[in-house]
Design a protein around this ligand. Structure first.
Ligand code: SP5
Ligand code: ZN
Length: 377
């Protein structure tokens, strides 16, 4: 398997407010080091991509995709908030911009005031709450560089998948996306996510498909197996039927306000969103039952491409998860997905989401990739 990595994804290092404490975010640079170190002794091939630091040097195609999928003033906030706070004396250079007041709907009983909550405030403290839904997504000095590098890896993964000729055996590619993406919406960060890498990947697939000769409209499935529900990804595709979103996640866990089985999509997208929540404490057997259901639904959809949002916070020791998966179980899960005639064949982009036991993350990731490739031979 080709594994795309960009050194700039290691730069972002923020603090979060969790369990009543300000602390270094669990989502940290060492996660990437752990994965790279475990990959060293394998046949998987790490491909290093260096997205140049300046905004101007990024490919127009990539920038257009980010701009088309995310709100412009939100992106501007991510890019500038840290330096604005430092310049105004509101933050030390090594600190993280964190929100302290949110525009919540129930603030007003009067409907006529709800519009107040929709305009970006000018006050810098108010702005940070306007563009976030929790206090886990601090904006530090290098956050923007990593966010762009991460989304660019998703884009590059798609480009490589789709430029390889049909005869060539490049069916799956992994992008070491850090920070992750599945929680943020197109105008709000949250859950360590700033730009939704899965959304960028799906839109990139559509764009490349439209340029093929002959052009076509691809059907796409997203399978999200991070411990947490991918609220941002679900939200983006909720009323679309060409993109099926399927998620297996901890029931009633973060992000708390989404992820129930009743959320099936709306309008044209009705029936194209499948949530498979599992109670905390679930075993690998229970987990694999849900994988079976997920695979069945994806097969029905008959996608041309699969995007896999892969998190390892389902690991038994994870501080933010509550399932009981062990390292070898990741191989079993990967094999179960690939065992399908359809999913064993279609081009797949694997994106990294969560997973916070740094010491085990690399080995868990390698177990998954090994299991995935075993089905190819
Ligand atoms: C990408 C990703 O995995 N984001 C997850 C962010 C989760 N943040 C909130 C976690 C709250 C955990 N509370 C339960 C602690 C049990 N010890
Ligand atoms: Zn997670």
């Amino acid at each position: 398997m080709f594994v795309l990595f960009d050194p700039a994804t290691r730069l972002h290092k923020a603090e979060e407010f969790l369990s009543g404490k300000l602390m270094p975010a669990w989502e940290c640079p060492a996660r990437i080091d752990s994965i790279l170190s475990s990959l060293e002794s394998t046949n998987h091939q790490v491909v290093t991509i260096q997205l140049a630091g300046s905004d101007e040097s990024r490919s127009k195609d990539f920038c257009d995709l980010v701009a088309a999928t995310h709100d412009a003033s939100y992106l501007e906030h991510l890019r500038t908030a840290h330096s604005v706070w430092v310049a105004e004396g509101a933050l030390e250079p090594h600190g993280s911009v964190l929100p302290e007041c949110f525009p919540v709907k129930r603030l007003f009983n009067s409907r006529s005031l709800e519009g107040n909550l929709e305009q970006p405030p000018t006050d810098i403290f108010a702005r940070s709450g306007f563009y976030a839904f929790d206090m886990s997504s601090g904006i530090a000095e290098e956050t923007w560089a990593s966010v762009m590098a991460s989304a660019n890896l998703a884009y590059e993964g798609v480009r490589r998948l789709m430029e390889s000729g049909d005869g060539k055996r490049l069916k799956s590619i992994t992008a070491l996306t850090r920070p992750p993406g599945h929680h943020c919406t197109t105008s709000m960060s949250g859950g360590y996510c700033y730009v939704n890498n899965a959304v960028v990947a799906v839109e990139a697939i559509k764009k490349f498909a439209a340029r093929k000769n002959p052009p076509y409209k691809p059907k796409i499935a997203i399978l999200d197996i991070d411990f947490h529900h991918g609220n941002g990804t679900q939200d983006y595709f909720y009323s679309k039927r060409d993109v099926l979103y399927v998620s297996i996640h901890g029931q009633d866990e973060f992000p708390y306000y989404s992820g129930s089985e009743q959320e099936v999509g709306e309008g044209e997208g009705e029936g194209y969103n499948l949530n498979l929540p599992l109670p905390c404490g679930s075993s690998v057997e229970q987990y694999l039952e849900k994988v079976k259901l997920a695979v069945r639904r994806i097969e029905e959809h008959r996608p041309d491409y699969l995007v896999l949002s892969l998190g390892f916070d389902t690991y038994m020791l994870d501080p933010l998860g509550a399932f009981k998966l062990d390292t070898e179980d990741y191989a079993a899960i990967a094999e179960r997905i690939r065992f399908s005639d359809l999913l064993g064949q279609i081009p797949t982009l694997i994106l990294l989401e969560g997973g916070y036991v740094v010491e085990r993350l690399g080995d868990n990731c390698v177990a998954f990739l090994d299991g995935w490739e075993r089905r190819l031979d």
